[in-house]
Unconditional design. Structure first.
Length: 197
């Protein structure tokens, strides 16, 4: 399985991204020294695509598949792409505050700690639907890991389209998100322009 092992803060610097969007509280003291180079139109489009891929932890081929799926859906391709990425199970676990970062959420799903509608799901790219219930397995709820995670994430804002109960470590998807509810600093129109060349 291919994994992106780039140092997170270094990648954030190169993309001009605040690490807080990844769930990381660290700040980098270094600055990126690009000697007043003008970025081409293609360079801007590519950076937006790389930003979206990096935030959601998706590699090139699955990202292209998401874009193809978004094009077939009703409505605009750009917002559809962002909604598809937001519906990923690892992202939903992160948004609910059951993981500190999306990478940790991905690991939690991989280790079979997550139940969706009563069934164990270990696929991070699983797309949730409106009305789905998501919970941590009963035998994993008492582990120290989740107590530590909840201490860190208790102040995090939960999106309006999700519902969470921290006592039972379970939640539900009330509705599918709209583009306005997704607070990711990505300009999806540039991604559409890049793929439509």
């Amino acid at each position: 399985m291919a994994v992106d092992r780039t140092p997170v803060l270094k990648r954030c610097r190169s993309l001009g991204l605040d690490p807080i969007y990844l769930g990381i509280d660290k700040k980098s003291n270094r600055t990126l020294n690009r000697a007043n180079r003008k970025v081409s139109e293609y360079g801007l489009q590519l950076r937006e695509k790389q930003k979206a891929k990096f935030i959601y932890g998706v590699l090139e081929k699955p990202f292209r598949n998401y874009y193809a799926k978004a094009e077939k859906m009703r409505g605009q391709s750009g917002p559809n792409l962002m909604i598809l990425l937001e519906r990923r199970l690892d992202n939903v676990i992160f948004r609910m505050g059951l993981a500190r970062t999306r990478r940790e959420a991905r690991q939690i799903v991989d280790h079979k700690h997550v139940m969706v509608n009563g069934n164990c799901v270990n696929i991070p790219s699983y797309l949730v639907n409106a009305g789905d219930t998501i919970e941590i397995k009963e035998k994993c709820k008492s582990s120290q890991r989740y107590k530590d995670v909840l201490e860190v994430t208790e102040g995090r804002l939960i999106p309006a389209w999700l519902d969470i109960n921290y006592e039972t470590l379970s939640g539900a998807v009330k509705e599918l998100p709209t583009r306005d509810q997704i607070d990711v600093p990505v300009n999806e129109t540039l991604i559409v322009e890049l793929y439509s060349k």
